[in-house]
Ligand binder design. Structure first.
Ligand SMILES: Cc1cc2nc3c(=O)[nH]c(=O)nc-3n(C[C@H](O)[C@H](O)[C@H](O)COP(=O)(O)O)c2cc1C
Length: 149
């Protein structure tokens, strides 16, 4: 059984809910899952996981949320080869750089040597039915990827 660690940043709750949807699906698929807010953990905690997932919103003008910047910077120093990663997040299509923080984390994970388990899922504000389907499919892809290791 694989251990999935999901780390999230969320100001108004949309991303926390997204993290929970992914967590519930992974649990249903038989994995152990830990969900933590980004200021309560260190990036190096991912070294103990088989699956590393970040869920983040985007702030400012396509910026990372302030509270996840340290976590983001520390991530690039890790060797996560042999692990599966995925990124999900919430943004608002009103802004020029929709869900840019999701792309930033994708790039950062690539540096760690981890293997991408599923394409990122970007949600416009709160997850609706179609988003929930996409998030559950994301979890299924991640699960298959880790089982194939
Ligand atoms: C001041 C401000 C700036 C924002 N900038 C962006 C942005 O550049 N790109 C984007 O996709 N969303 C942006 N958003 C939208 C948030 O990412 C969106 O509301 C998201 O659902 C918040 O997630 P949370 O509920 O987990 O905090 C911005 C929101 C605020 C309040």
């Amino acid at each position: 059984m694989a251990l999935a660690k999901i780390v999230y940043a969320s100001m108004t709750g949309n991303t926390e809910e997204i993290a929970d949807i992914v967590a519930n699906k992974l649990q249903e698929l038989g994995h152990d899952v830990e969900v933590d807010e980004c200021t309560s953990v260190d990036a190096s905690d991912f070294e103990d996981a088989d699956i590393a997932i970040v869920a983040t919103y985007t702030y400012g003008d396509g910026d990372l949320p302030d509270e996840i910047v340290d976590f983001y910077e520390d991530l690039q120093d890790l060797d996560l080869s042999g692990k599966i990663y995925g990124v999900v997040g919430s943004g608002d299509t009103f802004y020029d750089y929709f869900c840019k923080s999701v792309d930033e984390f994708e790039a950062q994970f690539a540096i760690t040597g981890a293997t991408k388990g599923a394409d990122s899922v970007k949600v416009d504000l709160a997850a609706e039915d179609e988003d929930i389907e996409n998030l559950e499919a994301f979890a299924e892809h991640i699960s298959k990827a880790v089982d194939a290791l």
